[in-house]
Design a protein around this ligand. Structure first.
Ligand SMILES: [Ca+2]
Ligand SMILES: [Ca+2]
Length: 473
């Protein structure tokens, strides 16, 4: 009797384990290199818990600039592979995702990520690569994903899956690694969500779709703004959005035009089984992007100064603009506006102006209840700020009605080297027809001031956006 009870407990535990590994994360030992082995800085992966390297090499763990925690792995592009064998057999038709964060730490151009199996299970050097991809790396941490779908009839099926990282023999250089994970999604489950898991800036007219499980006769969709509620929802929950024969669902009108994160789950329904899906998430773009400053070059046909006309171009005020890649709020670029408010030839203020039709956005800004203009600026502690050096934004409509709005915060905010949000209700642009906006101006100083000079410096601007009134601050 006692033995039977133990067996029963064992079988329940076994079933739970199968359910948890069938669909989701596989165990990677020491995925964030937070167990750095011997010493805080180790330059031999054979001493790093979980990880191996065939020879002692200039790769290991260091305690500088980790993506998470205290430590990151580092590899040398000419060293042998860094690898570990997972305790999971390779299943036909499953989808494996190897995700990791990587960056160039010194003169590395790429990281090669690979899946392998052992042709001789007792010989770790018998690694046979079954999926491989070279990823370019930059000086910023970036998430990379290697996807592998094992085909039928292959010798690797049933063998344990391994992961490894190597460089290319393209010279010497080091790359950083952190937060390595492997996920497996079996073919019975919904996968490849669109919007993809974690996607941002999703538009409100987006239709959700996914690739169905191979045995699914129908699909139960769950949707809401509470992750736990979606995770735990049943067909009697308010998050349940019905059973569908097709592998897509239109959330309209449940997507409000407001920056918000939504969660969804698709359970695949077979004739007698249910394959409960993961919870996926996406974030709606609850605003319109007027200007991101991403499309400009420093000179030539796509020069920033050809759209944002500065004082250099017009001899009106002392502004000079150029694309900035080092100080950025979003994307890869912002606009650097240098101001020279003591340029007597061009007067004592600095302004740039742009024809808003060049942004590719309608001149009617009132759709979707839009009512707030927002932009972000970043200053510099070296900036000179005299009493006349206050920022302003002006809008002009198609009938040349123009309104100037001065920055109402501390004028010295342009001495702060951090991105600051500046929002202006449309109502503040008194007299301007917001259904026909023609020009936008960004200035520093007092327009028309030809009598008392100001200071000089540089302010960065990025992301001019339009928001509806009910956007929470
Ligand atoms: Ca780490
Ligand atoms: Ca930008």
């Amino acid at each position: 009797m006692k033995r039977a009870k133990e067996l029963r407990i064992f079988s329940i535990a076994f079933l739970v384990v199968v359910a948890s590994i069938a669909h989701g994360a596989l165990t990677v030992i020491n995925p964030g290199f937070e167990e750095p082995g011997e010493g805080k800085i180790s330059d031999d992966f054979s001493r790093i818990p979980g990880w191996s390297q065939d020879v002692t090499a200039d790769s290991g763990v260091e305690d500088a600039g980790a993506y998470t925690g205290l430590y990151r792995g580092f590899g040398m592009t000419t060293d042998s592979e860094i690898y570990q064998l997972l305790d999971e057999p390779i299943i036909e038709g499953a989808t494996y995702y190897l995700k990791f964060y990587g960056m160039d730490t010194w003169s590395a151009s790429s990281i090669v990520a690979e899946f392998y199996y052992l042709t001789n299970p007792s010989d770790p050097t018998s690694r046979s690569v079954i999926a491989s991809q070279s990823f370019p790396v930059s000086g910023e941490w970036t998430e990379y994903i290697l996807v592998f779908v094992p085909a039928g009839g292959q010798s690797y099926l049933g063998q344990n899956l391994g992961i490894q990282f190597s460089g290319l023999a393209d010279g010497t250089g080091w790359y950083g690694l952190d937060e390595i994970s492997v996920e497996r999604i079996q073919p019975e489950y919904a996968k490849y969500p669109d919007p993809y898991d974690g996607e941002i800036d999703v538009l409100t007219d987006r239709i959700l779709n996914w690739e169905p499980g191979i045995y699914a006769a129908s699909h139960n969709v769950y949707f809401g703004d509470d992750q736990n509620a979606v995770e735990n929802a049943t067909t009697s929950s308010s998050e349940y959005k019905g059973s569908h024969d097709v592998n897509y669902w239109d959330p309209d009108p449940e997507l409000a035009f407001v920056d918000a994160t939504y969660y969804w789950r698709v359970d695949e329904i077979g004739t007698s089984e249910v394959w409960k899906g993961d919870v996926w998430e996406f974030t709606v773009q609850g605003h319109e992007k007027l200007e991101t400053f991403e499309s400009y070059l420093a000179s030539g046909a796509k020069a920033m100064y050809s759209t944002w006309l500065d004082g250099w171009a017009t001899h009106t005020g002392g502004a000079v603009v150029s694309p900035e890649t080092g100080v950025v709020h979003a994307g890869k670029q912002s606009m650097e506006l240098c101001y020279f408010n003591y340029n007597r030839d061009w007067s004592y203020w600095s302004v740039v102006k742009a024809d808003v039709s060049k942004f590719g956005y309608p001149t009617d800004w009132t759709a979707n209840d839009l009512s707030i203009l927002k932009l972000w600026f970043c200053g510099d502690p070296r900036n000179e700020v005299n009493s006349k050096d206050r920022m302003y934004i002006a809008l002009e409509d198609g009938s040349s009605n123009r309104a100037v709005v001065q920055y109402s915060g501390d004028a010295n905010d342009i001495k702060l080297a951090s991105w600051q949000e500046w929002q202006i209700p449309f109502d503040d642009f008194a007299g301007v027809d917001m259904t026909n906006v023609s020009k936008i101006y960004i200035g520093i100083g007092e327009e028309g001031n030809n009598s008392s000079f100001g200071g000089m410096g540089a302010v960065y601007f990025d992301d001019i956006r339009l928001y509806p009134l009910y956007e929470e601050q």
